[in-house]
Design a protein around this ligand. Structure first.
Ligand code: AMP
Length: 291
């Protein structure tokens, strides 16, 4: 596995590989890697000649300085994991490689309605920051395929729009299913910061989503939303429920009746102490909108 720290060197190398007909898969991450990230790498490995993974804790997407400060950084271990999972190139830039002083803030990304709901409503500026960093990373790597995890479904919607509408790249965007702990908790780099009692109660998110998926026809979406909020509110470790939404998976619009959308996803975010947990589950999926 080669490690690049500089954007120009990586860009030059990958341009040559692309010209010689190699297919490039790209997995952007913020490090503190777990099986969720590695499943993206493994899928990229199966589908491409060259697998590039980046590790960059992007300051512009954190609305909370404490969250940025506490974000786990374990580079040596991450590089071992990437290598063992079949990564060819790890890109580990410094902040000024991604945001050099010479770089103008090219786009003031606004993704419309899908950027203003859920995560967009609770983390001001988050998607603008995600747009900035992924736009830079895609310009540097110009991959054939970008791999993203379903755990961040709204981010996947945003980045599909970024690739297609803003950057007009012919990069395909592939969504990879959420990898979970044996008790159902979605893997996240932030989970290691949970206290034992919180960790024990954290699967409530997945359990609530799963119950809804199994029984959704019995009640209207709004009734389930209220039920879910009550379930989460009764959990002692949850200090705040940011949202529990049941939406059309294709545009993230609320639905009033189940017939309002063919593909429906429920998404939630809660806070345990200062740690934010998010999760989602397709409640109904008729079309091939995601895995
Ligand atoms: P992050 O390092 O949190 O920015 O995540 C990098 C990529 O890994 C994103 O596309 C995430 O959606 C994806 N990812 C994170 N956790 C998981 C998980 N548990 N299962 C699948 N993908 C994940």
């Amino acid at each position: 596995m080669k490690i690049y720290h500089k954007a120009a060197g990586l860009h030059h190398f990958l341009a040559g590989e692309r010209q010689s007909g190699k297919r490039i898969g790209f997995v952007p991450t913020m490090g503190a890697l777990h099986e969720g990230h590695l499943s993206l790498v493994r899928q990229a490995r199966q589908q491409n000649d060259i697998v590039v993974a980046s590790i960059f804790v992007n300051p512009t997407q954190f609305d909370d300085p404490a969250d940025f400060h506490h974000y786990p950084r374990v580079l040596d271990n991450d590089l071992e994991l990437l290598k063992a999972s079949g990564t060819d190139i790890a890109f580990v830039p410094e902040v000024d490689e991604i945001y050099p002083a010479s770089l103008k803030d090219e786009h003031d990304f606004d993704f419309g309605a899908i950027g203003h709901v859920m995560e967009g409503a609770y983390r001001k500026g988050h998607f603008k920051g995600v747009g900035q960093v992924v736009s830079r990373l895609l310009k540097i790597t110009q991959p054939h395929v970008l791999y993203l995890g379903q755990k961040d479904y709204q981010q996947y919607m945003i980045l599909k729009k970024l690739v297609g509408d803003w950057l007009e790249l012919d990069t395909a965007v592939t969504l990879v299913p959420t990898v979970r702990e044996p008790d159902g908790l979605a893997m996240s780099s932030r989970n290691i910061r949970l206290a034992p009692a919180e960790r024990k109660q954290a699967p409530i998110l997945y359990n609530t989503l799963r119950y809804l998926k199994g029984h959704y026809k019995e009640r209207l979406p709004g009734e389930w939303q209220q039920w879910a909020q009550e379930q989460l509110a009764a959990c002692p470790s949850i200090k705040e429920i940011d949202y529990f939404e049941i939406v059309n998976a294709e545009n993230l619009n609320h639905i009033k009746k189940w017939e309002d959308a063919r593909n429906v996803i429920a998404c939630t975010a809660v806070r345990m102490k200062d740690i934010r947990l998010i999760d989602n589950l397709f409640i109904r999926k008729i079309d091939d909108v995601a895995p």
